[in-house]
Design a protein around this ligand. Structure first.
Ligand code: SF4
Ligand code: ZN
Length: 339
C-alpha cells in the first residue's frame, strides 16, 4: 500500500505524473492549493464578484460549487449563485437535478433553474425526435451544447453575474482540443483558453474554466472526499453517440502508457491560444440580439431548422463575403461535465 509522501499515512491517491502520493487530508490540501494557483495565474476573480456557477448535478460541477462556496466565506465581496440548465433528458437530468437540490440546500447557496422546454418550447428529447423527423444532420449533443451555452450566457447576465464558472477539467479541454484539430476547426481553438467571453464581445459574460489544470479523476476523488459525489451515477443516454467517447478512451490509454500526456497537450494548447488571435468577430444575432459569430446565432439557426422559429431569409451576402450563408455545419456540440 502506497504511503502519503508528506505524512507517511496510507495514501488515497498517487499522481504518477509527479511521482507523489497523498493521504485524504493532504490530497484535499494539495488539490485546493492547485486551484488557488490556477485562479491567481489566470486572474479568474477579483475581490468583488457575483459568481454564477454552471451546475448540472454531476460530480465536477458539484465539486466546483462546493469549493467556491467554501472559498467565498473568506472573501466578503463575493456572492455565489448556482445555475442549472434543465435540458429535458428523461432518466438523466431529472436524476442529477436531485443531487443538485440536495447540495445547494446543504451549502445554503442561491440557485436558479432554467428549463429548455419553457425557453424553447421543446425539451431536448423532443428536439432530438423532431430533428430525426425532419432529417436534420445533427446529433443530440449539438442541440444540447449550443443551447446550453446560449442560456448560460443569457441567464448569467440576467441574474447580474460578473463571471460564469464552468467545471470543465483538463480532460474535457484536451479532448475538445483534439476534436477541433481532427475536424479542422482550428478557429475554435481560442475558445479553449482558461478565460473567454467578455473580451470578445460585451454581450458575453466572462467565462472561466475552474478545473482547467486538474485531471478528471482528481476532481472525482475530491468530490467523493468532500462528500458531494452524486448519490446515483447516471450517464446521459446520448453521450456515447458522440465522437468524444473515442477520443476520451484514446487519451486515457495514452496517459496510462505515457504519464503526463494530457499536461503536454495542455501546454501545446496554451501556447496556441496565446499565438492565435480569434478570427471570430462577434456581432449581434439579427433575430434575438445575443452575441454571435454569424448574423443569425446558432441557437436561432437550430430553432429555424426545427421549424419552431420563423424568420425571413437574410439579404444575399455582399460580394466576397460568405457570412450570410446559414451555418449548416454538422459538427458536434461539446458534451461536457457541465452536462
Ligand atoms: Fe448534453 Fe452532455 Fe448529454 Fe451530450 S452528453 S446530450 S452535451 S448532457
Ligand atoms: Zn439568436
Amino acid at each position: 500500500m502506497a504511503k502519503c509522501s508528506i505524512c507517511g499515512e496510507e495514501a488515497v491517491y498517487c499522481a504518477r505524473y509527479e511521482g507523489r502520493c497523498y493521504c485524504k487530508e493532504h490530497f484535499i490540501r494539495w488539490f485546493e492549493s492547485r486551484l488557488r494557483k490556477t485562479i491567481r495565474k489566470f486572474n479568474f476573480f477579483g475581490k468583488k464578484e457575483h459568481i454564477i456557477v454552471a451546475v448540472s448535478g454531476g460530480k465536477d460541477s458539484l465539486a466546483a460549487l462546493y469549493y467556491l462556496s467554501k472559498l467565498s466565506k473568506k472573501v466578503p465581496g463575493w456572492k455565489i449563485t448556482a445555475l442549472l440548465i434543465d435540458e429535458g433528458i428523461e432518466g438523466y437530468r431529472n436524476v442529477t437535478k436531485e443531487d443538485f437540490m440536495r447540495i445547494v440546500s446543504q451549502l445554503g447557496v442561491d440557485y436558479h433553474i432554467v428549463e429548455l422546454k419553457r425557453e424553447v418550447g421543446l425539451s431536448l428529447d423532443e428536439m432530438v425526435s423532431l430533428s430525426k423527423e425532419r432529417g436534420l444532420p445533427y446529433r443530440p449533443c449539438t442541440f444540447c451544447g449550443v443551447m446550453r451555452r446560449y442560456y448560460l450566457n443569457y441567464y448569467g447576465k440576467k441574474l447580474g453575474g460578473t463571471v460564469l464558472v464552468t467545471a470543465h477539467n483538463l480532460d474535457d479541454v484536451v479532448q475538445t482540443f483534439l476534436l477541433d484539430i481532427f475536424r479542422g476547426d482550428v478557429k475554435k481553438i481560442p475558445r479553449l483558453g482558461p478565460v473567454t467571453g467578455v473580451s470578445q464581445h460585451e454581450g458575453f459574460i466572462k467565462r472561466v474554466k475552474l478545473f482547467y489544470e486538474v485531471p478528471e479523476k482528481e476532481v472525482a476523488l475530491y468530490s467523493i472526499l468532500v462528500g458531494v459525489y452524486p448519490q446515483t451515477f447516471v450517464e446521459c443516454p446520448y453521450a456515447r453517440l458522440s465522437p468524444r467517447w473515442k477520443i476520451r478512451e484514446f487519451l486515457n490509454n495514452m496517459e496510462e502508457q505515457y504519464p503526463g500526456t494530457k499536461y503536454a497537450l495542455l501546454r501545446s494548447l496554451l501556447s496556441l491560444v496565446r499565438s492565435l488571435t480569434s478570427e471570430e468577430r462577434p456581432m449581434k444575432c439579427v433575430v434575438c440580439g445575443e452575441p454571435s459569430s454569424t448574423p443569425i446565432c446558432r441557437t436561432c439557426q437550430l430553432k429555424i431548422e426545427l421549424g419552431i422559429l420563423e424568420h425571413e431569409p437574410l439579404p444575399p451576402p455582399s460580394q466576397g463575403s460568405g457570412e450570410h450563408q446559414r451555418n449548416k455545419t454538422t459538427s458536434e456540440g461539446s458534451p461536457s461535465r457541465e452536462g
